[in-house]
Design a protein around this ligand. Structure first.
Ligand code: ZN
Length: 134
């Protein structure tokens, strides 16, 4: 079951600069930076009450974030929903016709299992499902 908006992912081209900007905007410092090697992204997380902001920057030239920024510019990249059972939600959504980008959940940033839904099948929004690893 989907329980809340866990975080909003924002693609940025300069992580240091974006961290300063969001630190000013939110009034808190990022609580962690983490590289996700499989995605070739460097992430930086801010807590905003119940939810989080995840800044995403390219770790190298063939990163999906670099391609995203080249196509669309910096900005909102995805919305992540927390689920208490990612496999059950993946199965439910696949049955309903949503196009999942993974067959199985994969390790994501911030100690999560994640799966993505193609924006074409989700109203133009790249959707991430995530569940805490326990
Ligand atoms: Zn995310």
């Amino acid at each position: 079951m989907i329980t809340k908006v866990e975080h909003i992912g924002i693609a940025v081209s300069d992580l240091d600069r974006a961290e300063k900007l969001f630190e000013q905007l939110l009034g808190v410092k990022p609580y962690k930076r983490e590289t996700v090697k499989s995605e070739k992204v460097i992430t930086s997380f801010f807590k905003t009450g119940e939810t989080k902001i995840e800044l995403l920057s390219a770790a190298d030239d063939d990163s999906v974030i670099k391609k995203f920024i080249e196509k669309k510019g910096e900005g909102v990249h995805h919305i992540a929903f927390a689920t208490d059972d990612i496999e059950a939600d993946m199965e439910r959504l696949a049955k309903q016709g949503f196009q999942l980008l993974q067959q199985r959940p994969k390790p994501g940033a911030d100690n999560k299992l994640v799966a993505f839904i193609h924006p074409k099948s989700a109203g133009g929004v790249l959707v991430e499902l995530c569940q805490d690893k326990d």
